[in-house]
Ligand binder design. Structure first.
Ligand code: 5GP
Ligand code: ZN
Length: 112
């Protein structure tokens, strides 16, 4: 996807602070963190939004949770973190390549 910023990060055309990478998934620090620990877990497959997840993607999307948990343990936030997917502009989605936000490192959770 030519004009997708996360596809460019996956391709290495835009730098990112990587936390994890394998054949299916990449994870990196959010450029504009909303919590002391805020990273994104992203499938390499360009799926625009949660509403676009197909049956064939079920395993891949499930893997995001396992990768997130592994990084959360490494970052010492596995005792409390928030998992967010924004779907659509109305919900605040800005990058239309599906991604899981992981927010942690605060004693009190965030609004909502
Ligand atoms: P959304 O609002 O689409 O759910 O979240 C997109 C997230 O991607 C935002 O939290 C934003 O800070 C982050 N982001 C946007 N562009 C970049 C970038 O070039 N690099 C990194 N590391 N994060 C980005
Ligand atoms: Zn993409």
């Amino acid at each position: 996807m030519d004009d997708c910023i996360f596809c460019k990060i996956i391709a290495g055309d835009i730098p990112s602070q990587k936390l994890y990478e394998d054949d299916d998934v990449i994870a990196f620090w959010d450029i504009s963190p909303q919590a002391p620990v805020h990273f994104l877990v992203v499938p390499k497959k360009h799926i625009p939004a949660p509403v676009d997840v197909a049956e064939e993607d079920e395993k891949l999307i499930g893997k995001l949770f396992r990768v997130a948990a592994q990084i959360a343990r490494e970052q010492n936030v596995d005792d409390g973190y928030r998992v967010i997917f924004n779907n659509g502009k109305k919900a605040g989605q800005e990058v239309f390549h599906i991604h899981m936000h992981i927010l942690g490192g605060k004693d009190r959770p965030w609004p909502m």
